[in-house]
Design a protein around this ligand. Structure first.
Ligand SMILES: [Zn+2]
Length: 279
């Protein structure tokens, strides 16, 4: 066989697909070969047949950010998810499920399975008008129709004890600007399930939206609502969207690390709430 094969088949997933024009102008593409696949990609490649995965990078100051951009090649327009934490493995697996079943795509930070990249939390880097914020929003807006929310997937550690690490969120915790709306009884000490204290939806806005929260709790989904103000801005994606995109439509779906069954269930419920049918 002669000539150049543009698509490289690594397992079942397609890799190195041509990027949409407006993304191509924003980032550089790095070729993925069987040896340079991330553990996330290796673990999922056989179930990613309808999806394409591209590795993209851009420089911000001295740092180079690397991402895996995955999208459904037959249904590229659809829900689009952001996954900032490379240590949250089952969130990646849940994203593959979402994009296979509902179209669209996701963007996942690649950092050798670590939460932080060069000492930074990728979900605290959404500063106003920064290169990072602009590029990521452009990518999300390429796949996401206007009416759909900005979506994120995370997993978190068991329980609610501060152990010096981050990523410990729980329905039992709240603060001045983060309010908890449980769907029913909350159970501590569990590893999984909709009632687990670590299973929750994060919503964000300038004001607490009670009617919106009810749509989620009615489906059995625990909600935490973050009231975002300029003063409380922590440069996370939700804060950036509310403060700088003037968009109150943000949904983050969280479970405890490894609870993929509940994550899929929650994705189905959220898609039903936002009126997105499976493809
Ligand atoms: Zn996370």
């Amino acid at each position: 066989m002669s000539g150049t094969t543009f698509f490289l088949t690594t397992g079942c997933v397609k890799t190195n697909c041509p990027l949409p024009d407006n993304i191509n102008k924003q980032v550089q593409q790095l070729m993925i070969n069987p040896d340079t696949r991330s553990s996330d990609l290796k673990r999922n490649s056989w179930s990613m047949g309808s999806l394409c995965a591209d590795r993209i990078t851009f420089k911000e100051g001295d740092h180079t950010w690397t991402f895996l951009l995955v999208w459904n090649t037959t249904h590229p327009k659809g829900p689009f998810w952001y996954l900032p934490h490379d240590n949250e493995e089952s969130a990646f697996d849940a994203a593959v499920y979402a994009v296979k079943h509902y179209g669209g795509g996701f963007l996942a930070v690649e950092s050798n399975d670590k939460r932080h990249v060069f000492g930074k939390d990728p979900n605290r880097n959404f500063k106003k008008n920064s290169l990072y914020s602009k590029k990521i929003c452009k990518i999300m807006n390429t796949y996401k129709p206007m009416h759909l929310p900005y979506l994120a997937l995370h997993t978190n550690a068991e329980g609610h004890f501060k152990n010096g690490g981050s990523g410990t969120v729980s329905m039992t915790q709240y603060s001045k600007n983060i309010f908890a709306f449980p769907a029913g009884t909350i159970k501590s000490g569990q590893k999984k399930g909709l009632k687990d204290e670590d299973t929750l939806i994060y919503l964000a806005g300038k004001k607490v939206q009670k009617d919106k929260i009810k749509k989620f709790t009615a489906e059995g989904l625990n909600v935490k609502f973050e009231k975002v103000t300029k003063k409380s801005n922590d440069n996370s994606m939700s804060n950036c969207i509310v403060l700088h995109q003037d968009h109150e439509n943000y949904i983050n779906i969280e479970t405890e690390h490894g609870d993929i069954t509940t994550h899929k269930k929650m994705i189905d419920k959220v898609m039903k709430i936002i009126g997105q049918k499976s493809i």
